[in-house]
Write a protein that binds this ligand. Structure first.
Ligand code: EPU
Length: 436
């Protein structure tokens, strides 16, 4: 076990360099994953552009291949998917446990093939994350669903359109039901739908395939079922969380960065908080420029569904607040266990107290580099930001979380002047011998 830890790659960061320069933002992970699943809804080819190269995308492609999808890689970021015949209607435990978004094959499989067997995702590090709303919605559309031996088994000769009122705002829940409804008989109305931009991106893809989806981006989505969907070409939207992560890192390090191929309109709540923290921000159609002239000021925030402040940016703002002037209060309202990075930040000397779902962060002058462990994807990003502002070397273990969701992050940060690299070995030795 000890040996295994040593052989796993780690990230080494030497703090103290402000981020400066230009970086291209990748396609959004959380838009790409549902769009890949949309390929299951048609016999024709779905061409997808701006697909990020991430481990979650690789896992999803492996799952789809197993189901009979043929994948043609055009370039690094462009692929074509087609599935004449579905050969397997099961998403096995091994895949769903590494990537919960695998639940997104449920709606499309049921709509096209009338049957699907998907492993129950189970809890994960950041919370319980049940899928009851996905199931409730599909049952309302006429699916018969049983749960046995840890698998959801769903059958429906033909799904029927209906009115579904979601008990809770769920992003993948809304996406699953929206995909299922495209091929249902009649009209489906999803109320209390998620308004996240990734839901709009998926609706745009589905509409390009001949679906009739209206209202995506609002809390009422109406889907008029059609008999078949056809091939299409879709370009995945920019990753608003990657964008926000680079901006928070530049703000924390006193940097000056220009992000291209992104969209400021997807990030209003995040940009407002960065401005409150003292950042000068300008943006155009597909770019954002952030310049920091002062030490950041502490900013309070509370996560909530879009368009409010995203839970996926909470950890990065925790690190920013660690080195800000003043005291900040951060409240996490979406996931019940998404403050695990606090323990790791405290190893770097951060002054944070947790009370329930709230963290109280008192800004200090300087974090100390330390050996820390990533506990989930966005926690990894927060530790990188902390490492970039810390004095000395930070070694981040368990970066497999990071590789699930950030494309070429070391290359991008290095291009902005950060001292960051990947290495294998014992954390203490790595910290002692690190050189740039
Ligand atoms: N929930 C239920 N029942 C359900 C579905 C959700 O109680 O049937 C609860 C969840 O437990 C959670 C809340 O509803 O407390 C919101 O969860 P949601 O379903 O919206 O999350 P998700 O769809 O599983 C997506 C993103 C997450 C992001 C959340 C919230 C994808 C693939 N994942 O997850 O992204 O945090 O929405 O915005 O779109 C990440 O990228 O790091 C990440 C975790």
């Amino acid at each position: 076990m000890f040996f295994m830890q040593e052989s796993m790659p780690k990230l080494l960061i030497q703090g103290g360099k402000p981020l400066r320069g230009e970086v291209r933002i990748s396609g959004a992970k959380n838009a790409a994953l549902p769009v890949l699943c949309a390929a299951l809804l048609t016999r024709e080819t779905l061409a997808i552009r701006n697909i990020p190269q991430l481990n979650d995308v690789t896992t999803m492609l492996a799952l789809l291949t197993q189901m009979g999808v043929s994948i043609k890689t055009e370039t690094n970021n462009a692929i074509e998917l087609s599935v004449e015949n579905l050969t397997c209607l099961t998403a096995p435990y091994e895949m769903v446990k590494t990537m919960r978004a695998a639940i997104l094959v449920l709606g499309p499989l049921l709509a096209r093939a009338g049957e699907a067997t998907i492993s129950l995702p189970g809890g994960c590090a950041i919370g319980m994350r049940p899928v009851d709303q996905h199931i409730k919605g599909l049952e309302a559309m006429g699916a018969e669903i049983t749960i046995k031996h840890g698998y959801i088994h769903a059958v429906a000769k033909k799904l029927r359109g209906t009115r579904i009122v979601m008990d809770i705002v769920t992003v993948t829940g809304t996406e699953n039901l929206m995909m299922a409804a495209t091929l249902a008989q009649g009209t489906t109305i999803i109320e209390n739908a998620a308004r996240e931009p990734e839901v709009i991106d998926l609706a745009n893809c589905l509409n390009a395939m001949g679906a009739k989806v209206r209202g995506a981006g609002s809390d009422i989505i109406t889907i008029e079922g059609v008999s078949t969907l056809h091939g299409a070409m879709h370009t995945v939207m920019p990753d608003r969380i990657e964008t926000g992560t680079f901006l928070a890192a530049a703000c924390a390090t006193g940097g000056d960065i220009f992000l291209k191929e992104t969209n400021a309109r997807l990030l209003d709540a995040v940009l407002d908080k960065l401005t409150e923290a003292g950042a000068g921000i300008q943006s155009g159609d597909n770019w954002i420029h952030l310049k920091m002239n002062t030490k950041p000021r502490a900013v309070n925030l509370r996560t909530a569904p879009y368009p409010a402040f995203p839970t996926d940016m909470q950890a990065q703002f925790m690190s920013l607040n660690c080195v800000a002037d003043g005291t900040a209060i951060i409240t996490e309202t979406i996931f019940e266990n998404r403050l695990m990075h606090v323990q790791e930040l405290k190893r770097m000397n951060a002054d944070i107290k947790v009370e329930g779902h709230t963290a109280i962060i008192r800004g200090i002058t300087q974090l100390d580099g330390a050996n820390v462990m990533a506990t989930d994807l966005r926690a990894s990003a927060s530790l990188i930001i902390a490492g970039l502002v810390a004095q000395g070397v930070t070694v981040i273990d368990r970066i497999y979380h990071l590789d699930r969701g950030y494309e070429a992050i070391e290359e991008k940060l290095s291009a902005l002047g950060a001292h960051i690299k990947r290495a294998v070995g014992n954390s203490c030795d790595l910290a002692r011998t690190a050189e740039w």
